[in-house]
Write a protein that binds this ligand. Sequence first.
Ligand code: NAP
Length: 357
Amino acid sequence: MTTAESKNAAAPRSWAGRILVAGGYGAVGTAVTRALDGWFPGRVVPGGRDGARARRLGGVRVDVSDPGGFRRTLDELGDIAAVVLCVEPPDAGIAGICFERGIHLVDVSANRQLLDSVGELHDVATAHKATAVLSVGVAPGLTNLLARRAHLAVGGAERIDLTVLLGSGERHGADAVRWTVAGLTRPVTARPARTALPGHGARTAHPFPFSDQYTLARTLDVPEVTTRLCLDSRPLTAALFALRRTPVLRKAIAHPAAQRLLTASFSRVHLGGNGFAIRADAHRGDAHAAYALTGRQQSDITGLTAAHVTRALIAPEAEPVPPGVHHIDQLPTLAALPEDLAAHGVRVHRQHRGPAV
Ligand SMILES: NC(=O)c1ccc[n+]([C@@H]2O[C@H](COP(=O)([O-])OP(=O)(O)OC[C@H]3O[C@@H](n4cnc5c(N)ncnc54)[C@H](OP(=O)(O)O)[C@@H]3O)[C@@H](O)[C@H]2O)c1
């Protein structure tokens, strides 16, 4: 046995095994696969339902809507230490299969119900020494980390407002556009708000069902958290939310055929740029703290965020992360992740700290 082999044999499974990236050739998955391959050469297995395409990339066919098939794929691969989900599975079944095998999980999903049901498997994950990190990406993800900073800066927020601006010129993945269109049909529970975003000026953003606002209310114990969305193109933002304001249109877009049509149309419209911005404002009495973050290509930055989180779970030199299911903002070791992305053009801006304005 060579020195490297004996080191591998002694290393825990999580250090030595391979990483399966489900959705690994999609918009987010491509960035995950590329970054992880740089850090762990030969240990990254991209997967998707198109077996031929996956194999061309050195990967395998994998379908997260087929639990039996997913189990068989893990058995055949034999040495998977972590699964990165870059596609939303229908339920928490895939997470459960990973946990029972002691496989770590990183999930970029933005679906509140799914994240809640994976959270219910905390004890299963803990019993098998598996760690799952949820709320990974830009929103949820970096928004959670900024919210936590602003929350701590005011000594515990009573209210947090999150704002997300997406570039309408970016080629967002089909799955992400589908998610956004579906979000337009959800009931609205808060008002639009005007916020300044670095590089984009004062913008009106509209309440949108991002999962971060629901999970942060619990993880930070803040009574009121609202996430709002706008696009860099003002006319497109107005058109998008006019659809939702008109009851007849809102009803119409709830129909699956209309959602497919809208998804196809939005995927073709590239009116603005590829820059994105997020901002977290925390309020407590007179105290107000706000942090913002800017970058380009949210799919790439979501993928890079997922890759950094995966590295934190499996790299031998990383600080140990406790087993169980966690949202990104619950792990202090990931608090500086926004700064770790500086080499990829991500900038953190402190907007305001002091009495409320
Ligand atoms: N947290 C965040 O900030 C954030 C940001 C952006 C996106 N997202 C989430 O990330 C996910 C991916 O978005 P995306 O923009 O990368 O979409 P995308 O470009 O459409 O990629 C999805 C990938 O998943 C594969 N796929 C679809 N169904 C599958 C299944 N049942 N089993 C295995 N693979 C499957 C697709 O390939 P095949 O069709 O060939 O299988 C494709 O490669 C979405 O759930 C989105 O909501 C999160």
